[in-house]
Design a binder for this molecule. Sequence first.
Ligand SMILES: *Cc1c(COP(=O)(O)O)cnc(C)c1O
Length: 418
Amino acid sequence: MHETIVSEAVNAGGPRPMTARPADSQTTASLPPLSPPRRLLLGAGPGMVDARVYQAMTLPVVSHVDPYFFELTDEVHRMLAAVFGTANRFTVAISGTGTAAMEAAISNFAGPDTPVAVFVSGYFAERMSGIASRQGARVFRLEAPWGEAFDEQRAREFILRTRPRVVAYVQAETSTGVFQPGRAICEAAHAAGALVIADCVTSLGTMPVAVDETGIDIAFSCSQKGLCCPPGLSPITLSSRALEVLRARRTPLRSFYLDLQLLDQYYAGAHRYHHTASATLFYALREGLAVIFEEGIERRWQRHVENHEALVAGLESLGLRMLVAPVSRLSTIHTPLVPAGIDEGALRTRLRDTHGIEIMGGLGPLAGKILRIGLMGAGSRRTNVLRLLECLEEVLRVQGFEPAGSGVLAAERHYARS
Ligand SMILES: *Cc1c(COP(=O)(O)O)cnc(C)c1O
């Protein structure tokens, strides 16, 4: 099986003190070279950055109005559309992290008094609901326990009952590890004349997002998860239906920076200056996407499934239980429950400081109750799965937990079968 090569060296070590402080220009001259710790990033993001991406970021900067820059952005936007699974003409990368794209998606389509229906069963769905409220939208919420997906019938009834103009849901809820299928939501929304926004942040580049097949009108993501880049750009795509609504808007959006009409004119139209988009981040994204196409998008999805299944087999063999039912699991974010008596904060600290591995804890109602382990893009590798299981066993034993069996052996058995 093909595996992406990333820089492997990982130093363990806790936070280190800054050795020098630039008090004046003389001390500035003797500052030591930067040396951030090399972590194995297996949390909820950022994920591991591909070595080719780092290399691309050393290339010379061109300006945001250079013809070369627009050739590059056109190429990047075309590749993004392919990864999103769409023929949409409007697909761009917004300057900013995933939350910028989330805010752009909501603010450009939901203003004061717009009825918005939000499916809430996790932290990022809460954030969408909150951003819609800040816009002054009339927000209707359907809630489910964190860790569960919404069933189709309830979803349809909710949309029928609330008659929204915009429906928002999270396809890949990073706070819980749940994949939410969107077909039924999109069908019901379209029947009601609403546009659908889907947060595809942790599915893009790692799992099928299938924007067109699902019927999503506005899908967004970010650069630092499945696309193996540093944070800083956030892809967004609009269906022709959403683009019509956007272009028909006559009142200027209150946000200048996130106004998709202006970004449309900057990237696709007259290339009119809007802001100084970062050539360096676009180089990075171009390489991150090139790596995806060289591996083959379907092989890449398959690689994520394989490593996901091996990790789950290992976690369960150690005696951990998973929060999410098998049918609803993401193949990128794994959320085992913290065993009774284990201090998960101390566990993660030891994993980071002794083994150089970052994983994350739960948010909101799941704080202290789950771990969040990300296997995304360059991080989704057999060696990482085995290494994590080995280190996890060590940090659990330190706290007196007696594993039911060997996680590493269970994962190896899984690989041997597949
Ligand atoms: C990471 C993430 C975001 C965006 O977060 P940023 O920190 O702004 O990049 C949004 N939604 C989900 C589901 C995420 O996982």
